[in-house]
Structures are given as C-alpha cells and as structure tokens.
Write a protein that binds this ligand. Sequence first.
Ligand SMILES: CC(=O)N[C@H]1[C@@H](OP(=O)(O)OP(=O)(O)OC[C@H]2O[C@@H](n3ccc(=O)[nH]c3=O)[C@H](O)[C@@H]2O)O[C@H](CO)[C@@H](O)[C@@H]1O
Ligand SMILES: C=C(OP(=O)(O)O)C(=O)O
Length: 432
Amino acid sequence: MEQYIIKGGNALQGEITISGAKNAALGILSAAIMTNDTVLVENLPDIGDINVLLQAIEEIGAKVERVDKHSVRINGSKIDSMCIDYEFIRKIRASYYLLGALLGKFKRAQVALPGGCNIGSRPIDQHLKGFEALGAIVKIEHGMIKAEAKELKGNHIYMDCISVGATINIMLAATLAEGVTIIENSAKEPHVVDVANFLNSMGANIKGAGTDVIRIKGVEALKGTEYSIIPDQIEAGTFMFAAAATKGNVLIKNVIPKHLEAITAKLIEIGATVEEYDDAVRVSANGTLGHTHVKTLPYPGFPTDMQPQISATLVTSEGTSIVTETVFENRLRYVDELARMGANIKVEGNTAIIVGVKGLTGAIVSAPDLRAGAALVIAGLVAEGFTIVEQVEYIERGYENFESKMQCLGAVMAKIDIEDEKAVQKFKLKVG
Ligand SMILES: CC(=O)N[C@H]1[C@@H](OP(=O)(O)OP(=O)(O)OC[C@H]2O[C@@H](n3ccc(=O)[nH]c3=O)[C@H](O)[C@@H]2O)O[C@H](CO)[C@@H](O)[C@@H]1O
Ligand SMILES: C=C(OP(=O)(O)O)C(=O)O
C-alpha cells in the first residue's frame, strides 16, 4: 500500500502533457472485441482501470498485445467465454461495457455487477432497459447480470435520465443489432462521441453522438481499425485547478480546449487567467482568487468529476462559495478531510458551503475516491507543511503518473510505502 507525502507551498510552474481519456478508453477497449479483426488503440492512459479491463478482455480469450505503454493491439476472434467474473472486475465501473459489447457480438453475456467509485448508489436500470428494448432477456442472479437474445432488433429508446454509461452501452449493443436504434435523451460527453467515432471507424453507422439523439443503423459486422483516444478532459481540468490553487503558471498540453469550456469559465470567474491555444491551455493565477457558485451537470455543464477539485481550490479563495452536486448523491465525502486541513466547509444535503480561509495546514488525510483523492492532493500542494494522502490506489485508477507529473511542475511530493516507517522522516529530511 502506498501514500503520497506532499510539502505544500510551491506554485506549480512549467508544462505538462495530458494522457488519453480514461472514460473514452474504457468504452473503446470494450468495443474493440466486437470485431474478429485486429484493432490498434493508441493514446491509451497507463492507469489502474485500463490494466484491469485489459486483463478481463484477455481472460475471455481475446488477444491483447501491448505495443508500448500507450498502445495496444486487440484481437477478439478467439473469445471463448461470455462471462466476466466478479474478482476481475469488481474494482471498475466500466466492466458493464463488456455486457453491451458481448451482447452485441454474441447475443449473450454474463458480467458481474460493476464496481467503480463509491459516489452514490449508481443504478444500471437504464442500461438494462436499453438491452431489453433491443430484445434481450436480462436477469440479475448471484451478483451477475445475464443478458441473452435470439436476435437484437433496433428500437426507439428514451432514457429516463442522462447516463454516460447507458448511452455507450446501448450504442455498443445496437451497433450489431438488426435495423435502426434511436437513443433519445442521450449523454453528450466527449467520451460518448469518442466511442461513437471509434465504432464508426470500425464500420458502424452511428449518427448524432454529441447531441441528445443518437441514431444507430445496425451493421452485420465490424472491421479492424487504428484509433487514437482523445485527451482526458478531467485530468486536464485537475491540473488547471492545481495551477490556479497554487497561484502557479502551467501550460497544459494535448487537450481539446472545447471540452474544457465549463472548467475554463469557472476559473476565469474566480480570477484565474486561462489562455487557449489549438491543443493546449495555459492557466495562471496571482493573488487571492474569488468565490463562485457551481452546480454539477451532464456535459456541457460543469462535470461532476471536477467537483472535488474546484472545492479544493475554493477553500482558500476569498468569500463564500456554494458547490452543488446534482449527479451523484455521495460525492462530498472528502469534505471532512479538507476540514482536517483547516478548510471552513459544511455540507447541507447535496451542497457544500465553503467559506474561504487564508490558508490550509498539512494533515494526514485519506482519499475516499478517485477525484476526491486528486482534490486532497491539490489541497496538500497549497497547505503549509506536510500532508499525507492515504489510499492513493483510488487516484491511480484514473491518473497516469500523478506524482511524477506534479513533480515535473515543481511540486514537492513523493509516493512512499505505508509499511516503510522511515520513509516519511527521510522525505522530510530531504526536502527540509
Ligand atoms: C467509467 C465512466 O465513464 N464513468 C463516468 C460515468 O459514470 P456512469 O456511466 O456510471 O454515470 P452515469 O452518467 O450513468 O450516471 C449519471 C446519473 O444517472 C444515474 N443513473 C445512471 C444509469 C442508470 O441506469 N440509472 C441511473 O439512475 C446515476 O445514478 C447518476 O445519478 O459518467 C459519470 C457522469 O459523468 C462520471 O462521473 C463517471 O466518471
Ligand atoms: C467516478 C469516476 O469513475 P468511475 O465511474 O469509473 O467510478 C471518475 O472517473 O471520476
């Protein structure tokens, strides 16, 4: 088990390159097994979730060949099992995409109920409703979702709530269904569009991804392709807020600025400077930042996956900020950890009321989930003295080389073994 130790107080400076998008990669790797040809996927982030999914894909008989750290060749022609086991997949949310992919290709699948971050009850009724609308019989037994169909037939599906996962999953299954499927009230996130673009590059016929109506004309088979995943909107946003919170100046490269608009708008509103280039943004801040009100919403609204990071920035901004979480009911669990560092923050229902304080002080804190973990690192970078962030395995689910990317920007931070009693002392002696 490992933890981060951080000495706060340094403004982040320099440049950083953003990795491929976790949430697009998870959909794309699942889709890759739907053809019998070989698929090359590039710009894959080297993170925990991707490695778990690749193992699961290999376990059912697909050939997975690592070309390098960020590219993989997948061949799904020898898949001989339709069953994704709990042990393999319990840690990640996107295991459910294998249900859509296998159901589409083989008309049957068995996948353990998904894991992922504990940020709410996270039902999957809309996924199952979609599969049933395509003609599948779906049962949940012994912790497994079992879906089977004689044939899949296109249908008109209205989503009761906007769901990234259900939109992608239905898209996967419908790609190889007979006839036309229309998904109404679909999610518009950049990763939904990236998965649709990937499927289209394999010969699928999907139109409207990125709008709230997606039309999928089923095709008989998919073919091989070579595809590069889009940059990670949330990793980019995390470094943008880290730059602003530490009053730094950071060029964040390999981004799509359009995907960052909601994040950029909030940074500008609180007084940071954001310069946009074709595929980079520079974020800088001087002096005290101001307060804001923010509500998480589906894209193009402010992303729920950025909510803890904006809160960590607002705790040392001037005035009272209101942060409302509307997507997941249990995503404010980091508040008590920030309070241990001196933040004045209280939760009422789904809202955090943050009264800005002059500074934070380092403490031992524990990451309750992926993005909350990143937020605690931002707070540690701002705080006076030493902060230890426990449970970094959550952070490593979704951030590639988080501590070394931060170190490149001048953060005084290291990953140390929790068992190594001397490591904290050694780090403190080294950094003074
Ligand atoms: C692997 C992945 O891509 N994860 C992302 C995905 O999660 P995930 O796909 O799980 O999130 P959804 O978009 O499905 O969830 C949005 C809301 O819809 C509800 N809901 C969802 C499905 C369903 O069948 N029934 C239902 O009620 C959820 O409880 C939640 O309140 O989108 C979230 C919202 O942008 C992000 O925070 C996650 O990082
Ligand atoms: C909540 C997240 O991930 P997951 O849906 O995979 O749990 C996230 O990426 O912030």
